[in-house]
Ligand binder design. Structure first.
Ligand code: CO
Ligand code: ZN
Length: 332
């Protein structure tokens, strides 16, 4: 599974430009899908199974897009000014490297060398190693992602950019492979533009009309220096989300998820995340609404270029999805 994760995180796909990652995920899913298509905005919709024995139509959403930066202006000397795509903070930018979709690489630095506070984006620039604007190989509107390789620490912990949310894409692909038969009509939807406002999950849910919806995403943790009062720890199992900033998970869904984990002897943690939203927030209020929940993979340093997960949480999240989605889904 680590090979799949490496391929997924090292394929660039900032919000709105998910073509390459969609192509890769399509290839991975094709042999296991009953039907596969992409919609007008680029969401990849993969169906497995059809309804029988009181099964349900279930949408499982994980986003393909990743955070990045976009060029706003280039000065005479070829220094690139930029702003963010998604929840990027200047704190994690300075000294970092970016890679544009055309392959050009550069380093981010700040004008404010002696700053006591973290600068605004207007003080930051990207240096691609040129001396004048004529030589600059990118233009206004070009988009870059953070440039960090996948690292396996060898002790179960993995570090990379874009684990948010390619780790969920990996979990969904593995679950799709492992679900041999199901009583439900499952729609694994790899969504676009989550990071700029849960866009793809909203439009694809309108089309799929789920009776029950589950997001798969990363969540923060409370086990590192300076982290807030959060219950979730790395390596203690995937989570059953109770709430984030975008959704209050449906109590029936939370109960069904917790019961299923317990019946299958799978570790899980209850999650209340006070910063950030997920595709769950768009699915639960689509059309006339769908009872919605979310499985999260605990992740350190979310939205930095070096996010960290524990492979055991990832593997248990796969088992959890298989246990949830094989028998008739209960709530709805
Ligand atoms: Co995110
Ligand atoms: Zn995410």
């Amino acid at each position: 599974m680590k090979e799949l994760i490496k391929k997924l995180v090292e394929t660039d796909g900032p919000s709105g430009y998910e073509d390459r990652i969609r192509e890769l995920i399509t290839k991975e899913c094709e042999p296991y899908a009953d039907e596969i298509r992409s919609d007008a905005l680029g969401n990849l919709i993969v169906r497995k199974g059809s309804k029988k024995n009181n099964g349900k139509r279930v949408m499982i959403a994980g986003h393909m897009d990743e955070i990045g930066v976009i060029v706003t202006k280039i000065d005479e000397k070829g220094f690139i000014r930029f702003t963010r795509i998604g929840g990027v903070r200047t704190l994690t930018c300075i000294g970092g490297r970016v890679r544009f979709l055309n392959g050009v690489e550069g380093v981010i630095y700040t004008e404010d060398r002696l700053a006591k506070e973290f600068p605004e984006f207007d003080k930051l620039y990207i240096d691609v190693g040129v001396d004048k604007i004529e030589d600059c190989p990118v233009k206004v509107g070009d988009i870059a992602v953070f440039n960090r390789p996948f690292t396996d620490l060898g002790n179960g912990r993995l570090i990379s950019k874009a684990l948010d949310d390619r780790i969920a894409c990996a979990v969904m692909i593995e679950a799709l492979k492992k679900i041999k038969q199901t009583d439900n009509e499952l729609y694994f939807v790899f969504t676009v533009m989550e990071e700029i406002g849960l866009v793809g999950a909203g439009t694809s849910a309108f089309g799929v009309e789920p009776e029950v919806a589950l997001a798969v995403d990363v969540c923060g943790v409370g086990d590192v220096p300076g982290s807030g009062p959060m219950n979730v720890k790395l390596g203690k199992g995937p989570t059953v989300k109770v709430k984030d900033e975008s959704v209050i998970a449906h109590p029936k869904v939370v109960k069904w998820m917790a019961q299923t984990a317990e019946e299958n002897n799978l570790p899980y943690q209850l999650e209340v995340m006070s910063g950030g939203g997920t595709d769950a927030g768009a699915m639960y209020k689509s059309r006339t609404g769908a009872p919605t929940g979310c499985v999260s993979i605990p992740t350190r340093y979310v939205h930095s270029p070096s996010e960290m997960v524990d492979i055991h949480d990832v593997e248990n999240a796969v088992k959890f999805l298989v246990a949830l989605l094989t028998p008739p889904v209960k709530p709805g």
